[in-house]
Design a protein around this ligand. Structure first.
Ligand SMILES: *Cc1c(COP(=O)(O)O)cnc(C)c1O
Length: 384
């Protein structure tokens, strides 16, 4: 059987795959099993921060795998502690809980908000406000947090206690806070799956203000926007706010499964011994990969991400297509169905993503300019 036939026969049909099999990759290029070359504008959905098989990253992973691949969280181990210190130092946060995915990082955020509210206001203050068109994950709680009804059908009842506000509607948000017993507010600064919609700065600041005024937990889901993707280490840094909780995953370990929930000093005390856990959380190989990713994301690198984002935006806007997003998290409004644009790009050797009706680009953060120029040429031609 071919790869496709075996996969179709044995892998659960939850993914509608494109008709290619990726066999190998090198930097921002990958190859299918027929040897066709593609420029990758997907990073495995914002995961491969430094592209495929990056030598620095691969060495960090291989060295740790040869030293110690797993210990369980019964013991201390260096990579996990060192990574937590890096994350806290660079964000001003107090403590980190490590897990393996974005959904789990958000589960932890929800537990922190509920535990904080229960301790400070009472157990009935359990509601969490999220936004319409948000995406927070596929577990039953993070699905409930996801403000898109089409994801909910088939799986009800979901975890209760989620309320949805419209993005950028400050008055609507104020009403929800006033009329309900609320534990916290959870937002993506740029809604990824929802269509690469950056929130207004005033709205993000209003979320923070309402949290301060009402003693709520202000949570930012940086699963997609985090780890340099938007041209800052974390996207909240564009908005002049300081969250109580930041959840992240995708690009954190550059291609290995790792999630993290960062907690400020105000809330970090609510999780005590035994309150939360994860067998694989903080895994030494994943943590070593994440340390290598973090250590390369200095200010010059982040400025370069922002500059590449501006380059794409200018060229695509000049060609006549509206562009949304921040840094190298980009949405483009096509004039024909996005599936046709994706197919034309793929045909011409460029892999792209979609988000709702938009073409979405999440290239490796270190994509070389010559490849980026070529990819943008193909994308503009495919849009036309
Ligand atoms: C991808 C994503 C998630 C879910 O992450 P998983 O690792 O698939 O669980 C959650 N929130 C946002 C904003 C995401 O983009």
């Amino acid at each position: 059987m071919s790869i496709k036939q075996t996969d179709e026969r044995y892998v659960a049909h939850t993914y509608k795959r494109f008709d290619i099999a990726i066999a190998a990759g090198e930097g921002s290029i990958c190859y299918d099993d027929n040897g066709k070359t593609y420029i990758d504008m997907t990073s495995g959905i914002g995961v491969n921060s430094f592209g495929y098989a990056d030598p620095v990253w691969a060495e960090a992973v291989a060295n740790q795998a040869k030293l110690l691949q797993h210990t369980s969280n019964l013991y201390y181990a260096s990579p996990c502690a060192e990574l937590a210190e890096i994350l806290c130092t660079r964000t001003g946060m107090d403590k980190v809980f490590f897990c393996n995915s974005g959904a789990e990082a958000n589960e932890c955020a929800v537990k922190v908000a509920r535990a904080y509210a229960a301790a400070h206001k009472g157990a009935d203050y359990y509601n969490i406000i999220t936004l319409n068109k948000s995406f927070h994950g596929r577990t039953l709680t993070t699905l409930a947090a996801t403000g898109q009804e089409n994801f909910h059908t088939k799986f009800t009842p979901l975890t209760e206690g989620f309320l949805y506000a419209d993005a950028n509607d400050i008055e609507g948000l104020e009403r929800l806070v006033a009329d309900n017993k609320v534990a916290g507010i959870l937002i993506e600064t740029v809604q990824g799956e929802g269509g690469v919609n950056a929130l207004d700065k005033e709205f993000v600041q209003a979320c923070e203000r309402l949290c301060r005024e009402n003693d709520l937990v202000f949570m930012v889901d940086e699963v997609q926007t985090g780890n340099g993707r938007t041209g800052k280490l974390y996207s909240y840094m564009h908005f002049g706010v300081q969250p109580d909780v930041v959840s992240t995953a995708k690009g954190l370990a550059g291609g290995l499964p790792m999630g993290a929930t960062l907690m400020s000093e105000r809330v970090s005390g609510v999780l005590g011994y035994g309150d939360h856990g994860s067998t694989f959380g903080g895994n030494p190989v994943c943590a070593a990969a994440a340390i290598s990713v973090m250590n390369r994301m200095d200010e010059a690198f982040l400025a370069d991400v922002a500059a590449k984002g501006r380059y794409i935006k200018e060229r695509v806007e000049q060609a006549g297509y509206p562009v949304s997003g921040l840094g190298l998290m980009i949405g483009i409004v096509p004039k024909k169905p996005v599936s046709e644009v994706l197919a034309a790009c793929m045909e011409n050797g460029v892999l792209c993503l979609s988000a709702k009706e938009k073409l979405r680009l999440l290239p490796p953060l270190n994509i070389p300019m010559d490849l980026l120029e070529k990819a943008v040429d193909v994308i503009i031609a495919a849009l036309g």
